[in-house]
Design a protein around this ligand. Sequence first.
Ligand SMILES: NC(=O)c1ccc[n+]([C@@H]2O[C@H](COP(=O)([O-])OP(=O)(O)OC[C@H]3O[C@@H](n4cnc5c(N)ncnc54)[C@H](OP(=O)(O)O)[C@@H]3O)[C@@H](O)[C@H]2O)c1
Length: 168
Amino acid sequence: MYCAGYYKAMRATRFDLGEMLRHQEVNYVGALNMLDAVLPTLLAQKAGHLSLVASVAGYRGLPNSLAYGPTKAALINLAQTLYLDLQPQGLGVSVVNPGFVETPLTSQNEFTMPALLTPAEAAQEIVAGWEAGRFEIHFPKRFTLWLKLLSHLGDALYFKAVRRATGL
Ligand SMILES: NC(=O)c1ccc[n+]([C@@H]2O[C@H](COP(=O)([O-])OP(=O)(O)OC[C@H]3O[C@@H](n4cnc5c(N)ncnc54)[C@H](OP(=O)(O)O)[C@@H]3O)[C@@H](O)[C@H]2O)c1
């Protein structure tokens, strides 16, 4: 399971290349390092499971997510491709897309986080998703299903809905 992650809110009006690259290193390149370390063994034994922790912030662009969102979108795409390549080899692949969980990572958020979960609740959701053999494990559904719905809108409607919901 690749769970390490880094998040600092950033908007394009305060673009910071160092912070952009740090997000890429921790959130995405770290996952590649993990794959490099474990794939040879998993492929040889033809058994095992890989799980990448991405985020609903990877579904589509969001305000304050300039540095974080693209790394999570990359992880979701990576997990999908890993699934296609590795499932026929007898390996499991899943991607975990949490909504808001109360951790040091989200303590910097200055807004009221909707449908906030405790880490224990998030862990239970992840284990239940693994047990059910799901590819995408997203939670809490009362929040993530709305985001999924939003993510299927055309661009113009999507941008309007996000601006209305966030005020940004
Ligand atoms: N909290 C949420 O609402 C939320 C929502 C969606 C997705 N996520 C994702 O869930 C995962 C866990 O996040 P969290 O909320 O539990 O955040 P967290 O409490 O800030 O934990 C982040 C973890 O990443 C590790 N980490 C950070 N930089 C690292 C580095 N350079 N090398 C190695 N490890 C590093 C930290 O290790 P140390 O403790 O050793 O620093 C820590 O274990 C992340 O991938 C995050 O993007 C979280």
